[in-house]
Design a protein around this ligand. Structure first.
Ligand SMILES: [Zn+2]
Ligand SMILES: [Zn+2]
Length: 512
């Protein structure tokens, strides 16, 4: 079949957008977008016209006319195919997101060095977009909303997102059918880090559930059977109901979910302090005092302020003078808030060669140092290992931050040999972070048993960019439970005194 006008117009329109993203000549870009507009408005199909008449159309010059003929004959615009192959897939995907045009995508790609929608969402949540020209808070919010919608419609949810949906539906069901039993099961009950369906075991009747979901715009799927009903929500999330009677309720519950964790595993209440936070000195939303007062209110014994370091200028990372000024502020706050304590820390960038980005003298001024990779994330395992091992061997590194840089459902993280990293952390007495942000949960819980076997110390840290971020600790604990972590193996479960002793000991080892 010959390409129709819609197809040809779309090719030119995409061509104009991609040329804009690649920063090409604006005159040429305009000729492509004008051509798309003109073709879109034509009443006659280009494929039905003699070539001579195509060239004669107002707004179609010689160059565009030739390209139209090329598309009609080959079915594609050659230059467009070339441009597509020179563009990362994530950038192409961004073109489908409402609210970001080509110019903005160019900034996102070339200046922010973001190449996927997931990374872009994370940057919105870290308030990073507003640091760039043309990106106000309103734009950032629009971009975030569009991305969230887009990702949800793709079918997978972070645990934290699925949880919100599950709790809302669960509450409504228990309210409407108070005589029936409903218990969430499957991946949610197993505390999986990502979830693509919600499941319940229930004594509820088929007719009840069908009428309930008719009312709530859920569609019954044909895969349903007499023992299992499957509905789809308007957002596209499958909801599975295992129909049981009271007698076999608990048997089916245990059959549809993994065995429970052994009773000695870490609990949210075992977290005694907040480690790894960002204040408004870098890219956080709250002052150090606000962060500290919220800790006190919630019963935590200490706060570790670890703003971004100087290499992370996208996040207002701290140059040396600001480090010193921050330390003075912390000292004053500590005097005022005792016995609560704020620890002076930094999330120091691990540079390309594995070095940290301050002199030893400055590094020595912190109570503890979290070392993390934030730039040049695209690397081979070999390169990542050299870089990380060097940072782990640095005597000033206290904690290795988010080990792989992964962002769940959006970025896989650089490849590492987890066991070798764990071994090196144990040998150098470096604590391994379990970053509790629901999109990170990095180190992966699957490596916790190995880490514990080797005697590693982990730390469940919220990486909070606001006081609200403290809530993320829960997600870190849920993941840690899957790996069987105990509070004795978790630094953020140390009391203030225990943490002070631990840090003093680390300092002594370094100085001797
Ligand atoms: Zn970080
Ligand atoms: Zn951080």
């Amino acid at each position: 079949m010959m390409p129709d006008n819609d197809f040809i117009a779309e090719q030119f329109s995409l061509m104009a957008k991609l040329m804009d993203i690649h920063g090409e000549n604006s005159f040429k870009i305009k000729s492509y977008s004008n051509a798309a507009y003109t073709i879109d408005k034509l009443s006659a199909q280009l494929s039905s016209l003699p070539h001579k008449e195509i060239f004669a159309i107002k707004g179609i010059g010689d160059a565009i006319g030739k390209k139209i003929i090329d598309i009609l004959e080959t079915g594609e615009l050659r230059q467009l195919s070339e441009l597509i192959s020179n563009t990362p897939p994530g950038i192409l995907e961004m073109l489908t997101i409402k609210g970001i045009g080509a110019k903005k995508i160019a900034t996102i790609w070339k200046e922010m060095e973001i190449e996927s929608i997931g990374e872009l969402l994370y940057a919105c949540n870290e308030n990073r977009l507003t640091l760039y020209k043309g990106f106000g808070e309103k734009t950032q919010n629009n971009v975030r909303d569009s991305i969230e919608f887009y990702l949800k419609s793709r079918g997978s949810y972070l645990y934290s997102e699925a949880e919100a949906l599950l709790l809302a539906i669960d509450k409504q069901l228990k309210n409407d059918f108070s005589n029936e039993m409903f218990e969430p099961t499957g991946a949610f009950r197993e505390q999986m880090e990502t979830i693509d369906r919600l499941e319940w075991v229930t004594t509820g009747q088929e007719a009840q559930l069908v009428s309930f979901f008719n009312k709530h715009e859920g569609v019954l799927l044909p895969e349903s059977s007499s023992s299992k009903l499957i509905f789809k929500t308007p957002e596209g999330l499958p909801l599975v109901f295992h129909l049981v009677n009271k007698e076999n309720f608990f048997r089916i519950l245990s059959e549809t979910t993994c065995p429970a964790f052994h009773p000695g595993v870490i609990q949210v209440t075992d977290i005694k302090g907040i480690i790894h936070t960002h204040s408004d000195w870098s890219d956080g939303s709250h002052s150090i005092e606000e962060m500290a007062r919220e800790c006190i209110k919630q019963g935590f014994e200490y706060l570790v302020v670890s703003d971004h370091s100087k290499s992370a200028q996208y996040a207002k990372g701290l140059y040396e003078e600001r480090v010193m000024a921050q330390h003075q502020q912390i000292a004053a706050l500590n005097a005022a808030l005792a016995p609560f304590r704020i620890f002076k820390s930094i999330e120091s960038d691990i540079l390309n060669d594995g070095a940290l980005d301050y002199s030893d003298e400055v590094l020595a001024s912190f109570d503890l140092v979290i070392a993390s990779v934030h730039s040049n994330l695209k690397m081979s395992e070999e390169k990542a290992m050299v870089r990380l091992l060097k940072a782990i061997e640095n005597p000033f590194t206290t904690i290795l931050g988010h080990m792989t840089g992964r962002l769940l459902l959006s970025r896989s993280g650089y490849p590492v040999d987890h066991k070798k990293i764990i071994d090196a952390c144990v040998a150098n007495k470096v604590v391994i972070e379990l970053n509790a942000h629901p999109r990170r949960l990095d180190i992966d819980w699957r490596y916790i048993p190995y880490a514990m076997e080797k005697g590693a110390l982990l730390s469940i840290n919220p990486d909070a960019h606001s006081t609200k971020g403290y809530l993320d600790i829960k997600y870190g604990v849920l993941a840690a439970q899957k790996g069987g972590l105990t509070k004795d193996n978790n630094l953020s479960s140390f009391s203030l005194k225990e943490l002070e002793d631990y840090l003093a000991q680390r300092r002594n080892v370094r100085n001797n």
